[in-house]
Design a binder for this molecule. Sequence first.
Ligand SMILES: Cc1cc2nc3c(=O)[nH]c(=O)nc-3n(C[C@H](O)[C@H](O)[C@H](O)COP(=O)(O)OP(=O)(O)OC[C@H]3O[C@@H](n4cnc5c(N)ncnc54)[C@H](O)[C@@H]3O)c2cc1C
Length: 336
Amino acid sequence: MIAYIEPYFLDNDADAASVTGQSFDGVSESLHIQGEILCGGAATDIAGKDFGGMNCVKPLAVVRPVGPEDIAGAVRAALRSDKLTVAARGNGHSINGQAMAEGGLVVDMRSTAENHFEVGFLPSGAFVDVSGGALWENVLKRCVSEYGLAPRSWTDYLGLTVGGTLSNAGVGGQAFRYGPQTSNVTELDVVTGNGDVVTCSEVENSELFFSVLGGLGQFGIITRARVLLQPAPDVVRWIRIVYTEFDEFTRDAEWLVSQKVESSFDYVEGFVFVNGDDPVNGWPTVPLHPDHDFDPTQLPQSSGSVLYCLELALHYRDSDSNSTVDKDRFELSRPP
Ligand SMILES: Cc1cc2nc3c(=O)[nH]c(=O)nc-3n(C[C@H](O)[C@H](O)[C@H](O)COP(=O)(O)OP(=O)(O)OC[C@H]3O[C@@H](n4cnc5c(N)ncnc54)[C@H](O)[C@@H]3O)c2cc1C
């Protein structure tokens, strides 16, 4: 069954204020923040929508904080009020309105993106302290270009914020080895529901730490995360394999993710696509090689309406010889 959810529209800023009975002037006077408070116009339009396009609820205002104290100010303003709500918004890629606050305050975390970027080294390994509002693509670029390091676990799509994915889980092709992104952070700075700024980890304020990770922004707002790093590969071999049969696809996937580290791929992910030329969900979306799209003439006649794809990658360091790159792991035999 496919359920269709009727979008709910609030048409103007007066509507947004009437939801909670709060006036913009009243709220903005009580906020006392250094950053911007925006009411109406593009800022509230954008914060009233998300990637899913199913919900549309206008906030009273968008707060663009300069740091944790501004975020704490917004939370305290909500605490003082009976009805005002606050939601952190990363890059708005939620699909069901999770980063919205109807008639409330949306805290646009992107304004804090540059607040932290510091790489450190401990006996246990390297890490980077980054802002909750930073985009993963920028974290990755800086870690690789300035230090030759990379986070151990990424999302596939990197136009998401650190706080946004840590509030979910953050999964991609390395999660089979390192776990989701939530398993690859060791410390957080969080603005709590009381408006306090608290540092937490597995050993310090651990209840807050484990609540905030995967907590959909309901237990606090992440302003800094300490993310584990590892050496970035110099060369990556990228492979895609298309299957017509679901059983073969899952059998291979399960086998690949259960191999020992030294004999497995570094990235394994599977997805399903439409067996047709649909530009959004079909063959055109599955380049098998940078220069070649999927070739449907090679499909067996019996193939069904959907196809399955395994995406694999092998990571190499410059020190690996070319012959190793050519041979390595292609000797893996298929599971029985
Ligand atoms: C095109 C696309 C590709 C995607 N690819 C992947 C993928 O490869 N792997 C994957 O795991 N997911 C993926 N997702 C899902 C994505 O991880 C979640 O939707 C994620 O929450 C989006 O991050 P965001 O920065 O846009 O957060 P938002 O959508 O803005 O916010 C998400 C939730 O986190 C809360 N939040 C935001 N910032 C903070 C913060 N600093 N502190 C506390 N709470 C906060 C919000 O209130 C909200 O509840 C994808 C989504 C899309 C649309």
